[in-house]
Design a protein around this ligand. Structure first.
Ligand code: ADP
Ligand code: GLC
Length: 491
């Protein structure tokens, strides 16, 4: 079976969050199941740099320029190809669109031509499939940036009538319903789509065009990244005004939740070359060393063994950073140390930097994006805080578990599907969960964690349990495979 995966991020080439982690591993796991899997992503400046840095062998596909007409302009793209663990990755080259400092936008806002940049990616992926003669049985798209794949296959005459794609089915994965790709009505015309699509049963959405909505209604199957989130997005509270559309496709049995896994080839304290000392559930000495090193690096001077809480996160409202900011005094009153690594919303960046100056030797805010520091936090902290307002899946808590850093999470989406509250269920518990999005509840959950931390042997048992939890991709990749086969009428 031929599977073409189209995405706007992929580890280890270009990453802003968990989408990159997923696209970095799912294709490999599908390929292990015997599928021919290829990925298309843009050749961002960051991707070009990482290809060089990591020493990938890259081949330029000669004489295969693709052309995508958008708004009466013929945009041209070239293709580079590399292989990673048996998976072919095609990089779509267009310097004007992708040779920029950032993936989606500068710190002051999104690039204003993202509709064209990602429309070019979507249609470019279809053109690449043809240019390299890879006829896909399944095209697996991800988030609004790739929605113009299913939309065009269904509605754009040029592709709809193309026998090359006659048997192609589209799976569309929602990683985050909050980002929808909203554009003006003229997007329909720019991409040569029929004008009747600007209709409430089509792409129209409160006076704009909504690409996420288009992706949802035009695909053969819609998936999202945890079972809980698949239920949540059908409610007004979590659906971001698309709950009605999602209820409707769910009634047609076209919506499923498949919990992401974690790539244990790259996230494992026994194999991680970036941390100061490797460790395992059988020998936790390395974890103690990692904590010492991290505290030294942060300038935390206390001689007592206080619980060290870590956060690694985009600084966005989604992540509940406001709870941390508003309750910082109360958190630090619990006699803990706290480190935050994150980047995003300027407002949070500024507040956290100011707070750091105030609480210097017990609180550290590292503003920026840095994989090595993230790993130092997963390895060196005792607890990992994720007070998310909503969380489609969340990979941070899975990384924390593997590194024996006990998650304290708000019970929502994938956090609720992966973390069981130890206070309520000591046998299955692997973390601490609070339910209301409320600072006092968060503080109570941290207190619960501290009370177990203070009983050393009980805490070590919990750490070992966390480290042996299994969120590998094996199960999830098999579920995707089953759906691909069903869509192809093979089972
Ligand atoms: P989301 O995709 O919503 O940001 P996830 O928990 O699914 O949340 O994934 C976040 C990913 O991004 C994880 O791999 C996490 O380690 C990484 N990450 C987030 N912020 C940073 C940062 N500032 N520096 C390094 N890695 C980060
Ligand atoms: C999104 C979600 C996150 C999820 C990731 C990968 O970024 O916010 O919860 O883990 O996608 O699916």
């Amino acid at each position: 079976m031929n599977v073409l995966i189209v995405a706007s991020e992929m580890e280890p080439f270009a990453k802003t969050g968990g989408l990159a982690d997923v696209i970095g591993v799912l294709p490999k796991r599908l390929s292990n199941l015997g599928l021919d899997v290829r990925v298309v992503i843009p050749l961002y400046r960051e991707a070009e740099r990482n290809l060089k840095r990591l020493g990938f062998k890259v081949q330029t596909i000669r004489n295969k320029e693709i052309i995508v007409p958008i708004d009466w302009i013929a945009h041209k793209g070239k293709i580079k190809e590399t292989k990673i663990d048996g998976v072919t990755v095609y990089f779509l080259i267009n310097e004007e669109f992708y040779d920029r400092d950032y993936i989606y936008g500068t710190p002051t806002g999104d690039y204003s031509d993202n509709d064209i940049r990602f429309g070019f990616l979507s249609l470019g992926a279809l053109e690449i499939a043809k240019a390299v003669n890879f006829q896909p049985d399944i095209i697996h798209c991800n988030d609004w940036q790739t929605a113009l794949v299913p939309i065009s296959l269904k509605w754009k005459k040029h592709y709809h009538d193309d026998p090359y794609f006659a048997n192609t089915k589209v799976v569309y994965t929602i990683h985050n319903i909050a980002y929808q790709g909203l554009y003006e009505q003229n997007l329909i015309e720019k991409f040569g789509l029929p004008s009747h699509l600007y209709n409430m049963h089509g792409l129209e959405f409160y006076g704009e065009v909504n690409l996420m909505k288009g992706g949802i209604i035009s695909s053969d199957l819609v998936t999202t990244v945890s079972s809980r989130y698949a239920e949540e997005i059908k409610t007004p509270e979590y659906g971001y005004w698309l709950d009605g559309v999602l209820r409707s496709i769910s009634n047609q049995n076209k919506l499923v939740g498949i919990m992401n896994g974690l790539d244990y080839d790259v996230w494992d304290p026994e194999k991680d070359n970036t941390i100061c000392m490797k460790y395992s559930p059988e020998n936790l000495d390395g974890k103690i060393m990692n904590k010492m090193k991290l505290r030294k690096h942060l300038g935390f001077k206390s001689k007592e063994n206080k619980p060290l809480i870590g956060i690694v996160s985009r600084l966005a409202d989604q992540k509940g950073i406001d709870l941390v900011v508003d309750f910082l005094d109360q958190i630090l009153d619990l006699d803990v140390e706290l480190v935050i690594l994150g980047t995003g919303d300027k407002n949070y960046e500024n507040i956290l930097t100011d707070d750091m100056n105030q609480y210097g030797n017990r609180f550290s805010a590292i503003i920026g994006y840095n994989d090595k520091k993230a790993r130092a936090i997963y390895a060196g902290c005792d607890m990992f805080l994720m007070p998310s307002r909503f969380e489609p899946c969340g990979l941070g808590q899975l990384m924390a578990l593997k590194y024996g850093t006990i998650p304290i999470v708000r019970g929502t989406g994938g956090l609720l599907d992966s973390i069981v509250d130890y206070k309520r269920n000591a046998e299955l518990g692997n973390g601490f969960v609070f339910h209301e999005f409320d600072g006092k509840e968060m503080i109570r959950a941290i207190e619960n964690a501290i009370s177990v931390y203070n009983n050393h042997s009980e805490w070590i048992q919990l750490v070992k349990k966390a480290m042996t939890e299994n969120f590998s991709w094996k199960k999830a990749s098999e579920i995707y495979h089953t759906h691909y086969k069903r869509l192809q009428g093979l089972s």
